[in-house]
Ligand binder design. Structure first.
Ligand code: PLP
Length: 388
């Protein structure tokens, strides 16, 4: 007798979480593993956010369920902080951005609907599309375009079944940031072709140098009625464990997604919502300090990786990842095998490009201390000349 549904048995474990779990287990066993695997800031959550949560614990009202869509004050604050003229009724607070991703596809897709996903992509998108009955269609880019997709490529991948375009800028795993002009072109094309858009803006506060963050439905206002915007506090405020994200968009889609959420998870933990409210309404000086540190690490890691023969590491403009090509290092291995080799031999955890739809690359998260970053890449620099 079949014990696991076909739908669920087809889902692969999150490769990024798997690498992180392996690194943490080795560390717990006393091995000096350095982890570039997790997309998780190493800073503590800022004090004013933690204090708001502590206070919420003592508020007796917080032992109760709150509206499934989130605390009204938080929905209000998210609407206010968004670059679009939306109100609180167009926002749903979710258990991390990850739930918003699943919920977006579950709301939009019918069986067989195709979703264009620029690759390298965040590893969860195709799985969430499949879970919702859709068909992920990779639109593969590489370092020659800074991992940014163009309209010609998207048009070549479009079929009569294409329903949704996914955008993620700044990008996980590449750190690529699309310019206003690029978003205008892609967004105009999506609107012309009657596509829905899911845009993941979870790294919006983490851009460096001259790069600027732009939100697609703001750049292309005719998209606002056909776009779900996803985000959350995890990356910006060092709150990955608090599990607060959100989605906003047109009322009909948000209403449908809310019905789903009301049966799926009810409301997000009230304490975490109070913390998120303090984050979204508070000042961004702690975020600015974290961004400065990420920027410094970004420059260090790019330089150190490019010093390794066989590695080509473009400079990312956002998020906290670099995505070098390691094709020159493979020597008959796959990048997944190379990542395992690096973990076994140098005790350094990285995620192979296979997890992001593009073998031949490795993803390094530079959300770890400066000292660990230098030590980890130095270990790889020393390992490479010994590789057969
Ligand atoms: N979107 C992107 C692009 C991400 O990289 C992540 C986390 O890695 C998420 C969404 C979800 O983050 P969380 O569920 O912690 O809010």
């Amino acid at each position: 007798m079949r014990r696991i549904s076909q739908r669920i048995s087809g889902i692969a474990e999150s490769a990024t979480l798997a690498v992180d779990a392996k690194a943490k287990a080795l560390r717990a066993a006393g091995r000096p593993v350095i982890g570039f695997g997790a997309g998780e800031p190493d800073f503590p959550t800022p004090d004013h956010i933690v204090e708001a949560a502590a206070e919420a614990c003592r508020d007796p009202r917080n032992h109760k369920y709150t509206p499934a869509g989130g605390q009204p004050a938080l929905r209000e604050a998210i609407a206010h902080a968004s670059a679009q003229p939306i109100d609180a009724g167009q926002v749903i607070v979710t258990n991390g951005g990850k739930q918003a991703v699943y919920q977006a596809f579950a709301t939009l897709l019918d069986p067989g609907d195709e979703v264009l996903i620029p690759a390298p992509y965040w590893t969860t998108y195709p799985e969430a599309v499949r879970l919702a009955g859709g068909v992920p269609v990779d639109v593969v880019t590489d370092e020659s375009t800074g991992y940014r997709v163009g309209v010609e490529q998207l048009e070549a991948a479009r079929t009569a079944r294409t329903r949704v375009l996914v955008m993620c800028s700044p990008s996980n795993p590449t750190g690529a940031v699309y310019s206003r002009e690029q978003l205008a072109e892609i967004g105009g094309w999506a609107a012309e072709n009657d596509l829905m858009v899911v845009t993941d803006e979870i790294y919006q506060h983490l851009v460096y140098g001259d790069a600027e963050f732009h939100s697609m439905p703001v750049v292309v206002p005719e998209l606002a009625d056909r776009t779900l915007v996803l985000s959350g506090v995890s990356k910006t405020f060092a709150m990955t464990g608090w599990r607060v994200g959100w989605m906003y968009g047109p009322r009909d889609l948000i209403g449908a997604a809310l019905n789903l959420q009301s049966h799926l998870t009810s409301n997000v933990c009230n304490i975490a919502q109070a913390a998120a409210l303090a984050a979204v309404t508070g000042d961004l000086s702690a975020v600015a300090r974290m961004r400065e540190a990420f920027d410094r690490r970004r420059r260090t890691i790019v330089e150190m990786l490019n010093a390794i023969p066989g590695v080509v590491c473009p400079e990312p403009q956002g998020a906290f990842y670099v995505y070098p090509s390691v094709k020159g290092l493979l020597r008959g291995r796959t990048s997944a095998e190379l990542a395992t080799f690096i973990l076994d031999e140098a005790e350094v955890a990285v995620v192979p490009g296979e997890a992001f739809g593009t073998p031949g690359y490795l993803r390094f998260s530079y959300a770890l201390s400066d000292a660990d970053l230098v030590e980890g890449i130095t270990r790889i620099q020393k390992l490479v000349p010994t590789m057969g």
